[in-house]
Design a protein around this ligand. Structure first.
Ligand code: SAH
Ligand code: SF4
Ligand code: F3S
Length: 463
C-alpha cells in the first residue's frame, strides 16, 4: 500500500512562541516534502526536537530525550536537533549524541528540503552502526545547517501548518541584536531581520480569508520591527503595521509579543486606543528594578525610562493589562537591588510576572561576571517575589468580579465541566454554560465573572 511506504516524522517543541511557530513552518515543509506526522516516537522514521536554550534546564531537556530514545537508532530511525540548542552547540551535539544525523539552527530552516534529501539519500545507502569498531564503518550521517549571524533572510514559506484554526502566529521580525549580558538569543537566533510589511499583511489577509480571527505578531523584540522594503515614506512603523493588521476585515483580535522597553514608543499605545481589535495587553519585560543591575545586564534603559513607558500605557483610554519578565540573582544583585525590583512590582501593579532564577549561559558576557550569590539565596529571592506577586494578583483579579467580559472560546475542561476562554487582556476565564447553550470553539461570547484566583477568573456564560 502506498500509504505504508510514506515517510513519517515526529516533532516535539520546547521553548517560546517563536519556536512553536517555527515548528508549524517546519511541519508544513515536511508535509510538503511528502512526510506524514505521527504522534509517537516509535512510529516515526525521523525524530525531530525543536529546542530551547534560554536557561540550562531547558537545554538539558533535549539531551534527556535523545538519551531516552537512543536505542531506536538501531531500527534505522534518524534523529535531528533543531532550534536554539542546535545553533548554540553545533557539531558538539554529534559528539554528545552520536545517533543524531541533523543539527539545524532556525536561520537555516529554509534549506531543510535539501537537508532532508541528503539524509534520505544516505539512509537508503546504509544504516548507521554506532557500535562498529572503526569510525568509517559506522556510516555516520551528519548534516548541519548552522548560520552564525550571517543570514539576513527570514523563514517565509507558503505551507505553514497552523495547529489552531482560529488564532495563529505571524513572525514579523527574527533574531536579536541587543546582546543583553545574560542572554543566548543573539547567538542562537541570528541577527535582527524584519519581513516586509507587505508580506506580513498578505499573510494576515490570507489567514482572515481562511477564517482566523485572532493574529499574534511575534518577534524576540517584536516592536524593534523595521520595515525593510519600499520607499522610506511608504514603510510602516511597528505601530502602523499593528494597526493595519487590526483593520483587516474579519480580524477580531491582534496580540504582539515580546516588546522591548527601549523600542516601546507612545505610538503603540495610541494605536491600541485607536484600533479596537488590538488587544488590551502589553508584555513589557523589565528584568530588574535596579538601575545598577539594568546597567550590568546591558538592558539599555533605566528604571525611570521604563516607568515612563508604563505611565504611557496606564494613561491610555483603555484598561491595558501589563505583564513582565524578571530575572532574580543576576551576578552581583544585592539585597538592596532585589528590594528595588520588589518596589517596582508595587509601583507597576502587574497582571502577571514570569520570574526566573538567573542561569549562566554559554557565550554570554555575564558568564565572566563574578557571581557570589549562593543558589539557595537566588531561590529564596524567587520565592519571595512569586509570593508577593501572587498576593497582588489575588487582589487585582478580584476587581473583575461582577463584570462581563468577552472571551474567545479556546477549550473545554471535561473534568470540571467548564469552558476555557481568554479575554482581550489575555486572562484565562473558565466558565460554565447551560448544555443547550454550549459555545463553539473559536467563537466570542460574553461571560459574567463570578470568582477569581491569582492566575485566572471564573464565570458564567451570559445567555
Ligand atoms: N526579548 C525579550 C526576552 C526574551 S527571553 C526581552 O528582551 O525582553 C525570555 C525571558 O527569559 C527574558 O525576558 C528573561 O527574563 C529570561 N531569560 C533570558 N535569559 C535568561 C537567563 N540567562 N537566565 C534566566 N532567565 C533568562
Ligand atoms: Fe535576549 Fe536581550 Fe535580545 Fe531579549 S533583547 S532576546 S533578553 S538579548
Ligand atoms: Fe528558547 Fe530560543 Fe525561544 S532560546 S526562548 S527557543 S528564542
Amino acid at each position: 500500500m502506498p500509504g505504508d511506504a510514506q515517510k513519517t516524522f515526529y516533532l516535539e517543541t520546547f521553548g517560546c512562541q517563536m519556536n512553536v511557530h517555527d515548528s508549524e513552518k517546519v511541519i508544513g515543509t515536511l508535509l510538503h516534502e511528502g512526510y506524514r506526522r505521527v504522534e509517537a516516537v516509535e512510529q516515526a522514521d525521523l525524530i525531530l526536537y525543536n529546542t530551547c536554550s534560554i536557561r540550562d534546564k531547558a537545554e538539558q531537556k533535549v539531551f534527556h530525550r535523545l538519551a531516552d530514545f537512543k536505542k531506536l537508532q538501531a531500527q534505522g530511525k534518524k534523529f535531528g536537533v533543531l532550534g536554539c540548542v542546535a545553533q548554540q552547540e553545533g557539531e558538539k551535539i554529534f559528539e554528545r549524541a552520536p545517533h543524531v544525523s541533523l543539527v539545524c539552527g532556525s536561520a537555516s530552516y529554509r534549506n531543510l528540503p535539501q537537508m532532508l534529501a541528503q539524509i534520505e539519500a544516505s539512509g537508503a545507502a546504509a544504516t548507521q552502526n554506532l557500535d562498529a569498531p572503526k569510525p568509517e564503518a559506522r556510516n555516520l550521517i551528519r548534516i548541519t545547517g548552522l548560520d552564525d549571524r550571517e543570514t539576513d533572510k527570514c523563514f517565509e514559506i507558503e505551507f505553514t501548518a497552523r495547529s489552531n484554526p482560529h488564532r495563529g502566529y505571524i513572525t514579523i521580525i527574527e533574531g536579536c541584536d541587543k546582546f543583553c549580558a545574560y542572554c543566548v538569543v543573539p547567538f542562537t537566533r541570528g541577527k535582527e531581520r524584519s519581513r516586509t510589511s507587505d508580506s506580513v499583511l498578505a499573510e494576515a489577509r490570507q489567514m482572515a480569508d481562511l477564517g482566523y480571527t485572532e493574529i499574534q505578531l511575534l518577534g524576540q523584540n517584536v516592536n524593534s520591527y523595521r520595515d525593510p522594503a519600499g520607499k522610506p515614506t511608504s514603510r510602516k512603523s511597528f505601530a502602523q503595521l499593528l494597526a493595519a493588521v487590526g483593520e483587516i476585515p474579519g480580524i477580531k483580535r491582534v496580540r504582539f509579543t515580546t516588546s522591548h522597553p527601549r523600542d516601546f514608543g507612545r505610538d503603540i499605545v495610541e494605536a491600541i486606543d485607536a484600533v479596537p481589535t488590538l488587544c488590551d495587553h502589553v508584555h513589557l519585560p523589565v528584568q530588574s528594578g535596579s538601575d545598577r543591575v539594568l546597567h550590568a545586564m546591558q538592558r539599555l534603559y533605566t528604571r525611570e525610562q521604563y516607568l515612563e513607558r508604563i505611565s504611557w500605557i496606564k494613561s491610555a483610554k483603555r484598561d491595558i493589562s501589563i505583564t513582565t519578565d524578571v530575572i532574580v540573582g543576576f551576578p552581583g544583585e544585592t539585597e538592596a537591588d532585589f528590594a528595588e525590583t520588589l518596589s517596582l512590582l508595587d509601583q507597576v501593579d502587574y497582571d502577571g510576572v514570569f520570574s526566573f532564577k538567573y542561569s549562566p549561559r554559554p557565550n554570554t558576557p555575564a558568564l565572566r561576571f563574578e557571581d557570589p550569590i549562593p543558589d539557595a539565596e537566588k531561590a529564596r529571592r524567587l520565592e519571595v517575589l512569586m509570593a508577593k506577586q501572587k498576593d497582588s494578583q489575588m487582589s487585582s483579579y478580584k476587581k473583575y468580579i461582577g463584570s462581563t467580559l468577552e472571551v474567545m472560546v479556546e477549550g473545554r475542561n471535561e473534568a470540571r465541566s467548564q469552558w476555557v476562554g481568554r479575554t482581550s487582556q489575555n486572562k484565562t476565564l473558565n466558565f460554565s454554560a447551560p448544555e443547550e447553550a454550549s459555545p463553539k470553539m473559536g467563537t466570542y461570547v460574553p461571560v459574567r465573572v463570578i470568582g477569581s484566583f491569582p492566575n485566572s477568573l471564573l464565570g458564567e456564560l451570559v445567555v
